[in-house]
Design a binder for this molecule. Structure first.
Ligand SMILES: Nc1ncnc2c1ncn2[C@@H]1O[C@H](COP(=O)(O)OP(=O)(O)O)[C@@H](O)[C@H]1O
Ligand SMILES: [Mg+2]
Length: 363
């Protein structure tokens, strides 16, 4: 049967596209499905995260320019039933190469339709921005998932991404389904919760019930070049990624049923956790090696990516503004307190002046 192709896409970087892609791939495999992941980002993060060296000779770039067949580039990963069509660093120059090819927006469609990848799911990890590669992914996909992080600055990515998807749905790929919006790197800060609620109220059932919490285990896992579901299956983010994979499968089963297809059910979630735990054992050696980057540095980098280069004062100011928008009473109490302090200071100053003038015998 033809695999179900899913693009993981948001025009913004640093909002967990790669993390979602690799964890979804590994969780689906643990649930009993076979998966091929296409790494369309020249950074090669998902390639590395699945234990494959992006310095390898051939990758998806070679398939795009017609120098290789899929069978020449697909490689097994460190996880059973997960294969990857890896990224190589020369993928960064693909725009220029593809501009010379006719119908370049459908190159991936042509590559995939000519070959049997022999798997249930193909997951495409997209690079940020709306270049030729994400357009190719959206043109070839049956469904798209948008990871989004509810920060005041990252949210604009969603508002730019939805029209791009509509553009593809109206032209290149009329069958493209927006399967859902997934909240990732979810902070429990009040401002973030408000933004989260706002997006949920706007997009309704499109947003997945599962939310992926912000969890340092993800950063540690990335340093060990492993997806968190295999690095720490029982951690908050590990569990959430598995829950998300099952929610994804449920949504797919519903759409398939509407088209008259009865999909084989996945393994139970408990069974999948046991498999993830066994993979964790296999990788214990990798995990015990020293981490490649200091966790604190990575957290700082992540904050920068999510909140931009805004200083702590600017962020505090923004949180205050959000707080006052949401709490009008709080705003009035704040104003009254400022007025009261002002009045006390003025009264104290007047009394001070009286005392000084009396002391000097002026009045
Ligand atoms: N749930 C999470 N908790 C903490 N850090 C996360 C989480 N998800 C992703 N990250 C970190 O955020 C950074 C960006 O994630 P990544 O998946 O590479 O984003 P993208 O592919 O959208 O650029 C990485 O350092 C990753 O380890
Ligand atoms: Mg990425």
């Amino acid at each position: 049967m033809k695999p179900y192709i899913v693009a993981i896409f948001n025009q913004k970087g640093g909002i967990s596209k790669t993390t979602t892609s690799t964890n979804l791939a590994v969780c689906l495999a643990a649930a009993g499905k076979s998966v091929a992941l296409i790494d369309l980002d020249s950074q090669g993060d998902s390639t590395k995260s699945l234990g494959v060296d992006p310095e390898i000779r051939k990758g998806i770039y070679d398939a795009f320019i017609g120098d290789a067949e899929i069978n020449d580039i697909v490689v097994p990963t460190a996880f059973d039933n997960v294969h990857i069509l890896p990224s190589t660093y020369n993928l960064a120059g693909i725009e220029i190469k593809l501009s010379e090819i006719k119908d370049s927006q459908r190159t991936l469609v042509n590559i995939l339709s000519g070959h049997d990848l022999n798997c249930d799911y193909v997951i495409v990890d997209c690079p940020p921005a709306l270049g030729i590669l994400p357009i190719n992914a959206l043109a070839a996909a049956d469904a798209v998932i948008i990871p989004v992080t509810a920060t005041p600055y990252a949210n604009d990515g969603l508002m730019r991404t939805l029209p791009s998807i509509k553009y593809v749905q109206e032209g290149l790929n009329k069958c493209l389904l927006l399967q859902g919006v997934l909240f990732t790197i979810n902070d429990r800060k009040k401002t973030n919760r408000k933004i989260n609620a706002l997006i949920r109220s706007r997009l309704g059932g499109t947003v997945y019930h599962t939310e992926i919490p912000r969890d340092n285990n993800v950063i540690e896992a990335a340093s060990a070049h492993l997806p968190v579901c295999a690095y720490a299956p029982l951690s908050p983010a590990g569990r959430a990624h598995l829950n998300f994979a099952y929610e994804f499968l449920e949504r797919h089963a519903k759409t398939a049923a509407k088209a008259g297809l009865d999909l084989p059910p996945p393994r139970t979630q408990e069974h999948a956790i046991r498999i993830l735990a066994s993979w964790r054992e296999n990788h214990a050696r990798t995990m015990n090696q020293p981490l490649t980057e200091n966790i604190k540095d990575q957290k700082t980098r992540l904050d920068k990516a999510l909140y931009g280069n805004h200083s702590k004062i600017e962020r505090l100011h923004l949180s205050l503004v959000h707080f006052f928008i949401e709490n009008r009473a709080g705003f009035f109490i704040f104003l009254l307190s400022i007025l009261a302090i002002f009045a006390i200071v003025i009264r104290a100053s007047i009394s001070g002046i009286h005392i000084i003038t009396a002391f000097m015998g002026i009045s």
